[in-house]
Design a protein around this ligand. Structure first.
Ligand code: AHM
Ligand code: MG
Length: 372
């Protein structure tokens, strides 16, 4: 189906109130994503409708990406391209496809003036009449965890939305793109898992919408998501153990100790897709850590389109996110593909990990280190 048809479809069918979940005893009336964001818009007398359009555009692109992921094994979209991105990683065909879908949706939506994407070396400033009126900029990892595509493991899209600083009417500039996380107006992810879900926050809690492919709609399935204060899952790539700071090593040891009172030893779960690991921990309680290492002092994950959105969602769900010492949302980005260590999840677990970092690894990583 052509992209423009999908837009047309989505506008019409999204207005329908769906009675989609029929269990033996009940019919649950579920709110669609568009109904939900329209309601948000209605409650804000200053809303221009641009934000609603923006989220809708992200939703539409994610449906196209979802369709392609679901048939990846059957089509020619699996495998690598000959290109590497600015991080030196080989791009998968689906990385490139997803990037194009989100960029197209945002370029022609009229709400977004610029995009930072993991797959693009530079920020994309949409310098056209329509986009120059856009009041928002978006940072996005179009397909996170893409090394998992071939083996049919959950992957995701992560996005962060900022209001631009410069006046609409002109192309966006650097002040719009390099904003601190506390300026975020919304962030979210789409998880392409055993079901496809969009989880996002506009700063008033976190809500999850499950995609119903039979009607082509995201439906509010997880209202007001909160992360347990404590949990017993820790997610970290332990193969890097020898390169970890002592604080991280000690925290891992703490997780593995036997102590009935605190429900230890905890359990390890590491998928290797930030979105999937984060999503599980959000629901069950847990901590995800991608720390700095002696080889990569700033870790692997990118601040603008991985750490900041995850941190925003964690905080909005009642959890916590830091680089081991300070709040992720307070870190000022100086470059678009900047990396940061990430400790995110249940509040008490992140605090415990920070305790070990503070005590044992205060000088492990001096900030800010200028590296790519
Ligand atoms: P990507 O954006 O290139 O997919 O890399 C980010 C991913 C995260 O989703 C995941 O948690 C992490 O990299 C896994 O890295 P590692 O294989 O080093 O554990
Ligand atoms: Mg990524």
């Amino acid at each position: 189906m052509k992209w423009c048809c999908l837009i047309a479809n989505s506008v019409n069918i999204h207005d329908i109130c769906i009675k989609s979940t029929k269990t033996q005893n009940s019919t649950t009336q579920m709110k669609t994503l568009i109904q939900f964001i329209n309601e948000m818009q209605t409650s804000n007398p200053f809303a221009t409708g641009q934000f609603t359009r923006l989220l809708n555009d992200i939703g539409i692109a994610s449906k196209i990406v979802n369709r392609e992921i679901n048939k990846a094994g059957l089509s020619h979209t699996m495998g690598e391209t000959e290109n590497t991105n600015v991080q030196g990683e080989t791009q998968k065909k689906l990385d490139v496809f997803a990037n194009e879908q989100f960029l197209n949706a945002l370029r022609f939506g009229g709400a977004c003036a610029a995009v930072v994407s993991e797959e693009e070396d530079e920020a994309i400033i949409f310098d056209n009449e329509l986009s120059n009126q856009g009041r928002y900029v978006v940072a996005i990892d179009p397909l996170d965890g893409s090394s998992n595509i071939e083996v049919n493991v959950s992957i995701g899209t992560v996005f962060a939305i900022y209001k631009r600083n410069s006046e609409p009417g002109k192309p966006a500039d650097e002040t719009d793109i390099l904003q601190v996380g506390t300026n975020l107006v919304a962030a979210g992810y789409v998880i392409y898992g055993s079901s496809t879900m969009m989880v996002f926050s506009t700063g008033q809690g976190v809500n999850g919408f499950t995609y119903d492919p039979s009607v082509g709609l995201f439906l509010l399935s997880h209202p007001n998501m909160t992360i347990p204060d404590n949990g017993n899952i820790y997610s970290i790539n332990e193969a890097n153990y020898i390169y970890f700071a002592d604080g991280v090593k000690e925290y891992i040891k703490y997780c593995q100790e036997d102590d009935k009172k605190t429900n230890r030893p905890y359990t390890t779960r590491y998928i290797g897709s930030l979105v999937a690991d984060f999503h599980r921990n959000l629901i069950r309680g847990g901590i995800y850590i991608y720390p700095g290492t002696t080889k990569q002092p700033m870790g692997k994950l990118r601040l603008l389109y991985e750490c900041i959105p995850a941190a925003f969602l964690a905080e909005q769900a009642g959890g916590k996110a830091s680089d081991g010492f300070k709040r992720i949302l307070d870190i000022h980005p100086y470059t678009i593909h900047q990396r940061s260590p990430l400790f995110v999840g249940s509040k008490k677990m992140v605090e415990k990990a920070e305790y070990f970092m503070e005590r044992l690894s205060k000088n492990f990583c001096e900030f800010p280190i200028k590296e790519n």
